[in-house]
Design a protein around this ligand. Sequence first.
Ligand code: ZN
Length: 83
Amino acid sequence: MTTETQAATPSEPTSLCEPCQGIQRNWRGAPGHAELQQGNHRKELRGNVQVTITGYFCDRCGTHWHYTNDKTNQRAGWSVVVD
Ligand SMILES: [Zn+2]
């Protein structure tokens, strides 16, 4: 399993609205924005650490986000869900 940073990946969706573009990804504790609607959440095991993943849906541009809450990983946080 590789955990390479995806920050330099050029295949970013370009349809993100401005507030979504402003979300700092893969950073623990980064805030979302006011137009995100919280969806359901689930718990998942990453190795032997339990993390909570919460789904969000942007009212403005329809982007589906996940916020991963992992106390042990500073680089867990927001990520765009590509269906
Ligand atoms: Zn948006």
